[in-house]
Design a protein. Structure first.
Ligand code: C5P
Length: 230
């Protein structure tokens, strides 16, 4: 079965500083969104819906002239979950034959194809919601209400969640409808699925799949890219 991906790229990207929309920023002579489509296609995705601003259509067409899979652009929303919902509607329109959908942040361009493939494999084995995650490196404390105080949490139990997250497409659409009608705030799509009682399955993520947010992350991403092309 074909797998469609919704690639969200409608954030403001202000934390990255000057240099234009984040998804169109360059690493190694290629826009981040193009790297993201390369990674998704390498793992088995057959089509993409990119969610961004319509006024950037020409710039995306330029950046994705040699994209490995067909793609369309659709308009984003105020919050990430609004952008994903718009992308899902477009995915159902352009890829009605896709049973599965991967939701991916354009800000994670260097996710290894093996991670994408593992997410798809878990879906094909019957999981309805799949997330890549990695162990955390830092010792982490939860901030207390009292300024300057915090409680340590058992690091061995913590996981940092990445994308692409994989879903049964009809289930994720239902989950989004639910969180919207209840006014629930969710920071990722797996949380939306849990809100309708779906079980979330973890697969191993990768540190290569860092989320590019601040200028420092772009430095690391460049190093990840260089190592890959060496
Ligand atoms: O805001 P956050 O860092 O969680 O954003 C993660 C991803 O969601 C980014 O790729 C960003 O472009 C996207 N996003 C979006 N629409 C929004 C906010 C974020 O597509 N309204």
């Amino acid at each position: 079965e074909p797998v469609v991906a919704v690639v969200v790229a409608a954030g403001s990207g202000v934390r990255l500083g000057e240099g234009g929309p984040k998804a169109l920023r360059d690493v190694g002579g290629r826009a981040l969104v193009a790297h993201a489509l390369d990674s998704l296609a390498g793992g088995g995705v057959s089509r993409a819906v990119i969610v961004s601003r319509a006024e950037l259509a020409a710039a995306f067409a330029d950046a994705l002239a040699d994209a490995p899979i067909p793609w369309t652009l659709t308009e984003g929303g105020a919050e990430r979950q609004d952008s994903v919902a718009n992308g899902l509607a477009e995915a159902e329109r352009v890829a009605p034959d896709s049973r599965y959908v991967l939701v991916h942040d354009a800000a994670r361009p260097f996710v290894p194809a093996s991670v994408v493939a593992a997410v798809i494999a878990a879906l094909r084995s019957g999981a309805s919601a799949v997330i890549p995650a990695i162990r955390v490196i830092d010792t982490i404390r939860v901030a207390d209400p009292h300024p300057g105080e915090a409680t340590v949490v058992d690091r061995s139990r913590l996981r940092a969640v990445q994308t692409p997250q994989g879903f049964d497409l009809a289930t994720l659409v239902r989950a989004h409808d639910h969180v919207r009608s209840k006014g629930l705030a969710v920071t990722d799509d797996a949380m939306a699925c849990e809100a309708i009682g779906e079980h979330v399955t973890l697969v191993e993520g990768s540190r290569d799949s860092l989320k590019i947010t601040e200028p420092f992350d772009l430095l690391v991403a460049e190093a990840v890219w260089r190592r890959r092309t060496d």
